[in-house]
Design a protein around this ligand. Structure first.
Ligand SMILES: Nc1ncnc2c1ncn2[C@@H]1O[C@H](COP(=O)(O)OP(=O)(O)OP(=O)(O)O)[C@@H](O)[C@H]1O
Ligand SMILES: [Mg+2]
Length: 338
């Protein structure tokens, strides 16, 4: 792929609860706009119907803002990209319909992007770039995957979660600790003042490279119930230690499989991606492990960890160079795989 290939494109991301648009020109991100949806906070989780309605409300202003930031007009666009999946059907439909209509009106190619592949390709937005083949641990709200990345668009899943995603484990643990949704970043924050060995939770270790995060959630629930029966203020008095201990357990589970995958494949180029890759504990522990094992570690910039359209734009830029265009009949794919 050519990093200086001349192309101006608009990318739209609407797979979950973020409405985002980015403009990429000749390999560089010129605008990256995100509208978060606070409407879900009151419900302690994402309400799909409310997410679709918020996307409908946000999509036009978000796209307009992205074009304005990039100093471009829609007539300058040479391709339109969108997240085809995986994600929530209603949310994906808003982005895909918008992208299709715009591409049709402008008579430019349409590019369908896989959201999980894009999380990984976010590593190519700015240097340092991982060298192929590399391993990527993609950790987000809906997925936990160990991916062998042979080339930009040639990826293979080596292991994944059999139940909850690790982001979900963070969010559900946070909810049990009385923290608002999404609790992952709050666990991260409180953990910084706590002792990671204060409490021990059982870490499920499946054979092979698959993960399981549902056990720790149940263990935490029963542990908290037992402690609160004796001291109703237990959580309040131990919040930082609880957060640090839960985070430590989850991070160790991730790193253990990553190490196993590195040994099996003999690959020491290691990247992380997805919302949970913003976690300070994971980033720090990965760097320690990398030092210990001689890994070259790649941490994404914070703005490219959680959902964003810059990663969709980068993916589309690479797909365009392979003439990987979608036809007009393409539809949203909530369970899209790669
Ligand atoms: N600092 C952090 N520590 C732990 N978890 C975090 C942190 N920041 C974000 N997260 C978690 O990342 C998740 C959101 O990530 P992302 O936006 O990539 O997921 P998603 O798009 O909902 O899921 P997917 O990408 O699988 O479709 C949430 O579960 C959130 O709690
Ligand atoms: Mg995501």
């Amino acid at each position: 792929m050519h990093r200086d290939y001349p192309l101006t494109l608009l990318a739209i991301e609407s797979s979950c609860d973020e409405t985002a648009a980015a403009v990429l020109q000749d390999g560089l991100i010129k605008a990256n706009v995100i509208a978060n949806q606070s409407v879900h906070e009151a419900y302690g989780g994402i309400v799909p119907e409310l997410a679709s309605r918020a996307h409908q409300k946000n999509i036009v202003p978000v796209v307009q803002q992205a074009l304005q930031q990039a100093g471009l007009d829609k007539a300058d666009l040479q391709a339109i990209a969108f997240t085809q999946g995986p994600g929530l059907l209603g949310s994906l439909l808003v982005g895909s319909s918008f992208a299709k209509s715009l591409a049709m009106a402008l008579q430019v190619p349409l590019i369908a992007v896989n959201h999980m592949q894009a999380h990984i390709l976010a590593h190519f937005i700015e240097p340092p770039f991982p060298a192929f083949p590399f391993l990527c641990l993609t950790v987000s709200g809906g997925h936990t995957q160990l991916v062998l990345v042979n080339d930009y668009l040639d990826m293979k899943i080596l292991g994944q979660t059999r139940d909850d995603a690790v982001g979900e484990a963070f969010d559900k643990s946070a909810k049990m600790l009385g923290l608002p949704y999404p609790g992952g970043p709050l666990i991260d924050r409180y953990a910084q003042q706590g002792q990671s060995e204060a409490f021990r939770f059982p870490a499920t270790d499946l054979p092979g490279l698959d993960f399981s995060f549902s056990g720790i959630k149940t263990a935490l629930l029963y542990f908290l119930k037992a402690q609160e029966a004796q001291n109703p203020a237990f959580i309040q008095e131990n919040l930082a230690d609880l957060c640090a201990s839960v985070q430590h357990t989850l991070v160790q589970m991730l790193l253990k499989k990553l190490q196993q995958a590195s040994q099996q494949t003999d690959i020491r180029e290691i990247a992380i991606a997805g919302g949970v890759s913003a976690n300070a504990g994971l980033r720090a522990q990965l760097l320690v492990k990398g030092q210990e094992l001689g890994w070259q570690v790649y941490l994404p910039k914070f703005e490219y960890c959680t959902d964003n359209a810059a990663m969709i734009a980068m993916s589309a830029y690479l797909q365009y160079q392979h003439q990987d265009f979608a036809d007009w009949g393409i539809s949203a794919a909530p369970r899209l795989k790669f």
